[in-house]
Write a protein that binds this ligand. Structure first.
Ligand code: SF4
Length: 449
């Protein structure tokens, strides 16, 4: 079967597997008490290592492709009370699960929304407030932040650098003016370049660009131009995400007409128009959709088999627990997922009442944990051991993938050769015990390609 026929065949709604079980399959929700007990158990493990994530939801305008949990506002008076509440949330955790302060935490990631919607002063209050409440590692600590170049100034970068941040991720998505207009994100390339130069001058050790393929208006030519300009700037890392079209969740995507959106082989051609020049210029392809220069820590971790993946994406730092603070933030321990209330007014009300703002989560069974490890292995190393008789697979789907040359099976191992990497999500789906119960005619996931 030709690649183009395979792309048409396998471009079906499929989870992205940033967690297993995937969020729509979280049915074994923990109570808040169970969640706190899980967090405490994790903190007592001999290999305990904690990462923090803070969700900062504010954006001044809505990019129409966006799938994040955002609050669109130009009212910067909302910064201060939000920071106060995030710190209050952390204090509540320390009251009810004091064991998390037992070891210095390893990682702090600020995501959004737009973290740099906050002024440099409020970012300082937030980060110093966290450092005062929780000890952090003195050596090897990793601070990282997502920034929107349209609202980020040199003062933001200087402040975060002084606070110990060394990694920065710039939202770029596309540089074509027509595409930018169609997705309501006009961002001159000069802004991105200036910020990247500032970050390097200030000593950030890793600069990442986020790009998206599959947006309305993109063409192989515009994708090739994007790759050429990116290569001129040469960030240390790139995430090249597939546009997740989920209009039933994100109504702003309803403005896109079907004929504007590349799918199947046409969509994959956009990815290849970016991927091919990146590889030719020395970048290493990592996991599902990431690239890094060989000297970057992510590429070194991938080469050494130490790559890890969690809700924040691919990372070289292996932590056992992720504590998410802020509206809609997701947390993870070895045996539990937990998500905060997603509606900001409700999150605020519950923080003000002195509680943990649990919305939902999932207590992982033994089977869940085994499958999660196998799917992580596939997503990071393109292989998984499948000879555990207790782990049933979707055999017909697996045999079809094998017949189509997307996977190879030998000596109890499932491997995905380079030619099968476009279908990694489809391969992971054969390990998903929850998938047969789902009716894929009801939209739940974006398409796999
Ligand atoms: S700035 Fe980022 S988080 Fe905000 S709407 Fe745009 S893509 Fe979404």
């Amino acid at each position: 079967m030709t690649l183009s026929a395979l792309l048409e065949k396998y471009d079906v709604p499929t989870p992205r597997y940033t967690s297993y079980p995937t969020v729509p399959q979280w049915h074994a929700s923990p109570s808040t008490a169970e969640w706190l007990a899980s967090l405490t158990r994790a903190a007592h493990r001999p290999d305990a290592a904690l990462a923090l994530y803070v969700h900062l939801p504010f954006c001044e305008s809505l990019c129409s492709f966006c799938g994040c949990n955002t609050v669109i506002t130009r009212d910067h008076g909302r910064e201060r009370p939000y920071v106060d509440r995030v710190l209050a949330e952390l204090r509540t955790y320390l009251t009810h699960a004091p064991a998390i302060a037992g070891q210095p935490f390893e990682q702090l990631h600020l995501g959004g929304g737009t973290p740099t919607f906050l002024s440099a002063g409020e970012l300082t209050r937030l980060v110093e407030g966290i450092y005062q409440l929780l000890p952090r590692r003195t050596s090897g600590f990793e601070g990282s932040v997502e920034v929107d170049p349209r609202v980020t100034g040199t003062a933001h970068l200087e402040t975060l650098r002084q606070l110990g941040f060394t990694r920065i991720s710039l939202g770029v998505q596309d540089i074509d003016p027509d595409v930018q207009r169609l997705v309501n994100r006009v961002q001159p390339l000069a802004l991105t370049e200036r910020l990247c130069a500032d970050a390097r001058r200030l000593g950030y050790v890793s600069v990442n660009f986020d790009l998206i393929y599959g947006l309305p208006g993109q063409s192989p030519e515009s994708a090739a131009t994007l790759a050429r300009e990116v290569l001129r700037i040469r960030p240390d890392r790139l995430a090249v995400y597939s546009f997740a079209r989920v209009p039933w969740i994100k109504p702003q995507q309803r403005r896109f007409r079907d004929e504007q959106i590349p799918t199947g082989a046409a969509k994959r051609a956009l990815y290849e128009a970016i991927r091919t020049p990146l590889l030719a210029s020395g970048y290493v392809e990592i996991g599902l959709d990431h690239f890094a220069l060989p000297a970057d820590a992510l590429a070194r971790a991938a080469a050494g088999g130490r790559l890890h993946r969690n809700f924040m994406g691919y990372t070289e730092v292996r932590t056992t627990s992720l504590l998410g603070l802020g509206v809609s933030a997701i947390s993870e321990t070895p045996d539990c997922y937990h998500q905060n209330e997603k509606v900001i007014g409700e999150w605020e009300r519950r923080i003000d009442a002195g509680g943990i703002p649990t919305l939902r989560g999932h207590r992982l069974s033994d089977d869940d944990r085994k499958r999660r490890a196998l799917i992580t292995s596939l997503m990071t190393r393109f292989e998984a051991r499948i000879d555990d008789p207790a782990i049933t697979l979707h055999e017909p789907a697996l045999r079809e993938l094998e017949a189509d040359g997307i996977v190879a099976i030998h000596d109890g191992w499932l491997t995905v050769p380079e030619s099968g990497r476009a279908f990694l999500r489809n391969v992971a789906a054969v390990l998903d015990a929850y998938l047969p119960a789902q009716d894929l005619s009801q939209p739940a996931y974006s398409k796999s390609v």
